[in-house]
Design a protein around this ligand. Structure first.
Ligand SMILES: NC(=O)c1ccc[n+]([C@@H]2O[C@H](COP(=O)([O-])OP(=O)(O)OC[C@H]3O[C@@H](n4cnc5c(N)ncnc54)[C@H](O)[C@@H]3O)[C@@H](O)[C@H]2O)c1
Ligand SMILES: O=C(O)[C@H](O)COP(=O)(O)O
Length: 516
């Protein structure tokens, strides 16, 4: 990685160790000492590495592809994974164009032959790219740049990308086609998709057979997109006139079946290797990771919604409130939560809602599982089949800002509401439709009782007898003589015996010890 990354970390007050070339075992041994890990494509961040990473909070990929990181394992451990999606796009697109020309004019073979003292002018007859059709598989960041360069070279570009809109195709001056049409028409094919279940082997033996005779193929995206054995056969038979791979099914590629095949060119995953691109991605990864570790800003994360370093300070108190509301619901309602509506109103409705929802889920899911945070909470919620909705209200309510969590349970909806005092201090304002103002903090007891004289005295006496000091006492009731709630903050732990004794007090309907 370019040294600029380490310089940025140090400038921002983060200690950095630069350790290129670690083996997997060496990385597993030391990873437990680090809060962040910045990597390029060669470092595999496996489940085993993540399991050994007690403090790790973020993996930053100085580049685009994150297939070297076990995202599911990182998410499950609550580790954010971020990449730098644009910093090396131009460089990689230029490499694809360079390989296309290298194929068109057989440059590596011509160079080797000339330097070997042969002067084989007749052997190296090339083809022009002008007027030829470039079949582009994947028209995202890199594919689009390749397309615009190819249009500049007076090529026709036919692109296959299910997510390419007709408007974008028009803007790029290219034609959107289906894969079979691309295969049948292209003189050159370049690939620019990630490796997914849908793109794996997209140039399979069967699809290679559908290509035009004499096609030339370039892959600067990911190994696994092309069947290497089938490509070798197609080169040997002359059906494919040339192929250039920067990426391989297995890397580092040591014994690829294509090596030595006439018409085959290879580079060792050099697509992003220019000084410009490496400076870009190094700066970007270090800034993003520093923003996250120091300010809580999240950009370009694969497994978490974005939250800019500018937004983070404003959202932080809301996230604290949301997490407390989620925890309250989880602790009082227990396992019976089937759906969650997160609602915002007033000033909260003007904010980026994803981090607020993430914090509600983190609070709620944290009552069911250990080590839950905003990264893994949505996955855990999905695994439980929780139905999640985000609702933004335009209406003006009683509070200048409000966050509500409405949990769907078998016994009906259970709704809690909270606000921020002074735009910073989280306060509960309503629990299950009963107005109660309370700070949700430390150890608390939630008690439901019938509103009748003598209860508060009996509660105080019982806590006193157990040497439990009351810090704050918050009361609310549905109606005079009806259901009442008490939220009592205490300085000492609530033992199961104390909890049972409280349950036996006259008029008490429910007792739940809470922890925030
Ligand atoms: N060789 C290198 O050194 C190098 C450097 C940078 C990036 N890459 C790789 O290049 C690839 C493309 O990068 P990018 O920045 O353009 O990504 P991108 O996400 O911007 O674009 C990928 C495109 O592929 C399309 N796509 C997804 N599934 C598809 C399918 N089934 N069929 C057709 N198209 C499909 C998407 O719609 C998207 O437009 C990535 O795999 C990246 O890792 C390689
Ligand atoms: O996805 C990428 O960005 C490329 O594979 C380049 O990665 P590298 O430059 O770290 O090898």
């Amino acid at each position: 990685m370019d040294p600029k990354a380490a310089a940025i970390f140090r400038d921002r007050g983060i200690d950095v160790d630069e350790k290129p070339g670690l083996t997997a075992a060496e990385l597993a041994e030391i990873i437990g000492n680090y809060d962040g890990l910045a990597i390029r494509s060669a470092t595999k961040v496996t489940r085993a590495i993540l399991d050994a990473s007690d403090r790790l909070k973020v993996v930053g990929r100085a580049g685009i592809g994150v297939d070297n990181v076990d995202i599911a394992a990182a998410t499950a451990r609550g580790v954010v994974v971020m990449n730098t999606p644009f910093g090396n796009s131009i460089t990689t697109a230029e490499h694809a164009i360079a390989l296309m020309f290298a194929l068109a004019r057989q440059l590596p073979e011509a160079d080797a032959s000339t330097q070997a003292g042969k002067w084989e002018k007749n052997r190296f007859m090339g083809v022009e790219v002008t007027g030829k059709t470039l079949g582009l598989i994947g028209a995202g960041n890199i594919g689009s740049i390749v397309a615009s360069r190819a249009v500049g070279l007076r090529m026709r570009v036919a692109a296959y990308d299910p997510f390419l809109t007709p408007e974008r195709a028009l803007e790029l001056g290219i034609e959107k086609v289906d894969l079979d049409e691309l295969l049948a028409r292209a003189d050159f094919i370049t690939l620019h998709t990630p490796l997914t279940d849908q793109t794996r082997n997209i140039l399979s033996r069967e699809n290679l057979a559908k290509t035009k005779k004499g096609v030339r193929i370039v892959n600067c995206a990911r190994g696994g997109l092309i069947d290497e054995a089938a490509l070798k056969d197609a080169l040997d038979s002359g059906h494919v006139a040339g192929a250039a791979l920067d990426v391989f099914e297995s890397e580092p590629a040591k014994d690829c079946p294509l090596f030595g095949t006439p018409g085959f060119i290879s580079t060792p995953h050099l697509g992003a290797s220019t000084s410009e691109a490496q400076v870009n991605v190094a700066i970007q990864v270090a800034e993003q990771m520093s923003d996250f570790l120091l300010l809580g800003g999240v950009s370009n994360a694969i497994n978490m919604p974005s939250l800019s370093a500018e937004e983070a300070p404003r959202l932080r108190p809301y996230m604290a409130l949301a997490e407390k509301l989620g925890k309250l619901v989880g602790q009082v309602v227990g396992e019976d939560v089937r759906s969650v509506d997160v609602e915002v109103e007033g000033a909260a409705a003007e904010l980026n809602m994803k981090p607020i929802t993430g914090a509600v889920l983190a609070g709620l899911m944290g009552t069911y599982s250990q080590s839950v945070n905003m990264v893994n909470a949505p996955v855990l919620a999905k695994e439980r089949g929780l139905d999640l909705r985000e609702i933004r209200h335009d209406r003006e309510g009683d509070y200048h800002t409000l966050v509500a969590v409405n949990a769907g349970t078998e016994a009906g909806p259970k709704r809690v509401e909270g606000t921020l005092f002074g735009n910073r201090a989280p306060r509960l304002v309503k629990i299950f439709d009963i107005p109660v103002e309370a700070e949700l903090d430390g150890q608390m007891i939630y008690i439901v009782n019938t509103d009748e004289p003598g209860f508060i005295g009996a509660l105080g006496t019982t806590l006193g007898a157990h040497k439990v000091n009351i810090a704050t006492f918050n009361l609310g009731r549905r109606s005079e003589g009806g259901e009442a709630v008490a939220l009592v903050a205490v300085d000492d732990p609530i033992t199961p015996e104390l909890s049972d004794e409280l349950k036996r007090l006259p008029g008490v309907l429910e007792v739940v010890p809470l922890s925030f």
